[in-house]
Design a protein around this ligand. Structure first.
Ligand code: FES
Length: 105
């Protein structure tokens, strides 16, 4: 399945395997900006992304720990903010577009 990341003003569409997190997909494809300091445990907020508003409804619901950690993002939290490590690639996310937050800590 394909995911489009926009980071530092450049967009890149990449293939993503089901079961990976969007954070893992970003790192594997050298998408700049995501540092993922905690390794995907919803404890650092350095994998902050903004999901395109049109795609936001297709995402899985946010768990409480993700919601709480989004209070500690380096860039402003928006209505479409998510932690990339908490979103698993699955069929219903085909062709979603996400933007990497400019500041991660
Ligand atoms: Fe740390 Fe996502 S990698 S919160």
């Amino acid at each position: 399945m394909r995911i489009t990341f926009t980071a530092e003003g450049t967009s890149k569409t990449v293939d993503a395997d089901e079961g990976s997190s969007l954070m893992q997909v970003a790192l594997a494809n050298d998408i700049p900006g995501i540092t993922a300091d905690c390794g995907g445990n919803a404890m650092c907020a350095t994998c902050h992304i903004y999901v395109d508003a049109a795609d936001h409804a297709r995402l899985p619901e946010m768990a409480e720990e993700e919601d709480e950690m989004l209070a500690f993002t380096g860039a402003d939290r928006r209505a479409t903010s998510r932690l990339a490590c908490q979103i698993q690639v699955q069929d219903r996310l085909e062709s979603i577009a996400v933007q990497v937050a400019a500041q991660q800590s």
